[in-house]
Design a binder for this molecule. Sequence first.
Ligand code: F0G
Length: 531
Amino acid sequence: MDSDTRELVDATLHQNLSGAGLDPRYVRAEGDSLWARATDGSEAEVTDFVGGYGSLLLGHNDPEIVARATELLAARTPIHSQFSRRPEADAVAGVLNTIAHRELGTSQTYYGVFANSGAEAVEAAVKHAEMDRGLRMQARLTEIAEHTGRAREAAGQGASASAEALARYGVTATGDRAADLEALLAAAEARNAATAAAAPVILTLEGGFHGKLAGSVQLTYNPAFREPFGTLAAPARFVPVNAADAVRTAFESESAVLLDPVVDGDTVRVEEVPAPVFCAFFAEPIQGEGGIVPLTEEFAKEIAAVSAEFDCPVVVDEIQSGSGRTGAFFAASHIGLKGDYITLAKSLAGGVAKLSVLLVAESRYRPEFEMVHSSTFARDGFSTLIALKTLEVMERDGGAVYRRAAERGERLRGALESVRRDFPEAVADVRGKGLLLGLELRDQSASPSESIAGAQGADILGYLVSGFLLHEHRVRVLPTGSASNTLRMQPSVGISDERIDRLETGLRAVCAALRDADEATLLGYLGTRTF
Ligand code: F0G
């Protein structure tokens, strides 16, 4: 055996995590419990509020989902049968349509495009929307080419260019009627070709997170994730969140026109018609990774209305907020946001398989896409049937899982609110809905404790607080990736009162330590950790 014991995967990340005690090895998982291997070889039970970044609405290794997985494997169910009919995918899309019609108040059919991860579903949305935009652009250019042909015919019959058009598009009149008109038409063609060749306009929100692949990372706000890869894909235009006026401003400043020649008697004019430059507007109903920030109903309405006005499809990213987490299957249903596209992943496959899906409304759907987009693993038999089982569990008993998410969410929220009430100097805010909740700690830069102020300055306070909660209170939380003073809480629908109370006790200890600048209590675990 090789004696080199270097860690070959994410060693640097793990070293950083170990600085906050966040690098235990978990060896078993069930419900809301994870068991870590302790230094003495025993197992230490921890309550998991991270919930697989939102993949575990049904908890770790839910018995029913595990039983179904075992059954599928034992029955030698085809996992890979690419390029064949796969009715289980239709069944999943069918249930998702039923839910969408019920919750979103739409009767549109949504077609399904399957993928493996959240970012992949987002990229499928970008690709589909761009294909649709390209086809719309092509249709416009074909019409304009016909009009240009008519204008050239008219030129042969003595028509001339309007003086206003020549001046407006920078064509110097030579006095040669036919040459001037041809120069105008050529200028319009060149301008249109440049407009058609320009990168699409993709709008999204400040603080948003849509994945980390080459295309999707450009829709993710955090500059540290996005900027090193800016040369790889079209950049997005970021709109401030919950600032209704900003939506129209963004559209107006990004809009462009195509030049359309019109024969008017013996004059050829040029009309400016809207160019289909808008690829898509991406939004999470509740921003997750960016700090648990719900969109207001007013803002969601503005996104929908202005996007429709500019013929820009709305992509509602429900990868984290969806699949039942907020008390409804779609978090967008709480704010009346009907997407042209919807993305789902995470809890969709019951925390056991990896599956994502993009839903595309019939009004936008392009069947051509099916011939050019695929992935070896997308809608494999195993993951798709696990998703079907998950949906069955969620939908049965009139949606008892959603009611439970709402009820448990209220219970958890009550605990967080009571901490906020008692420690206003430590807690800035409590946000979210259902079992997608965040508690924002106040900035501690001015703490009399040098260690606490220093941790805030280094943007690692949320990680140290998470380490304290893990080792001193056996509860696992993490800060959101792009807002590190916000602790995220996304347990399963099975989370018990006792476990919520344990979290509350831990948070109270954190807040008291922050209030009292008590670094010995807050950071003591680093010297005494046992797992
Ligand atoms: N969209 C949203 C809203 C997400 O929360 C995530 C992932 C993705 C897309 C990408 O999905 O990781 O399967 O490729 N969010 C994680 C988080 C990373 O921290 O909440 P992925």
